[in-house]
Design a protein around this ligand. Structure first.
Ligand SMILES: [Zn+2]
Length: 250
């Protein structure tokens, strides 16, 4: 991992660590958030989702996951050994946006084909992970936004890791627009077979910078290591590696 650098917190004067590529850093002594490049205060809403599990309590959603679902080996919960439990607060941009896509296309499922037009209008709290490289399953994560509070560093456990943003607000908004438009393109293909034209209008209602608690779990089973990713707010498994059970059915 790259070497951390520090700036001085403009609120309390404490050293604030950041790594190359990070754009926004939060002071772990007073919770003040600074834009690294300018040294200025971060002016957007900064929120926090609370973690509701400690290092013992997190065992329950792990065991529940291991004992449910027919794809898992029957002895998984008994034989698996949890080797790592790490709580990380991941940075996200939550883009609250209304997107209206109007389109015209060919409907070819009848003869002769028809030209059809239509509209898809939807409202989203679209989530963009504020890190450049990650295999985090962002689309699987239904963030429990009802639980968010203003960012409060005192609510963050001493053993937890906090990651800073590597993606600027404007870039996050651009990504959200592209991803939503791709989603609408997919949706409108239920209605038309060939798109002639399509146009989207975006109304941004709010953008929130959010830190959300995520547990990264490693476990060993029959000599191999597997990973689980669990949301720390509600205990939902976002992604889990399942050992192949090799029943030899065929
Ligand atoms: Zn500070």
């Amino acid at each position: 991992m790259a070497i951390a650098q520090t700036i001085r917190c403009s609120n309390c004067g404490a050293p604030v660590e950041f790594r190359p590529g990070e754009l926004v850093a939060t002071c772990k002594y007073c919770g003040f958030t600074t834009v690294i490049e300018t040294g200025q205060a971060f002016v957007f809403e900064h929120s926090l989702l609370l973690n509701h599990f400690d290092q013992t309590q997190i065992d329950k959603p792990i065991k529940d996951w291991m004992t449910s679902g027919f794809l898992k080996p029957g002895d998984l919960a008994r034989k698996a050994k949890i080797t790592e439990k790490e709580l990380t607060y991941l940075p996200f941009w939550v883009v609250s946006i209304i997107v209206k896509t109007t389109y015209k296309g060919m409907f070819e499922r009848i003869s002769p084909p028809l030209v059809k037009d239509g509209t898809i209008e939807k409202e989203y709290n679209w989530l963009v992970l504020a890190r450049e490289a990650s295999d985090f399953p962002t689309r699987e994560y239904d963030v429990p936004l009802e639980g968010k509070i203003p960012y409060d560093f005192r609510k963050i456990e001493g053993f937890a890791k906090i990651l800073n943003s590597e993606i600027e607000r404007e870039e996050a908004l651009e990504l959200a627009k592209q991803q939503i438009e791709a989603n609408h393109r997919f949706l409108l293909q239920q209605d038309v077979d060939k798109i002639i034209e399509m146009k989207s209008e975006f109304t941004v209602e709010q953008m929130v910078y959010l830190h959300a608690p995520v547990w990264f779990i490693k476990y060993e089973y029959k000599g191999n290591t597997f990973q689980l990713i669990i949301d720390g707010a509600v205990g939902m498994v976002l992604k889990g590696d399942i050992p192949s059970s090799k029943f030899g059915l065929l």
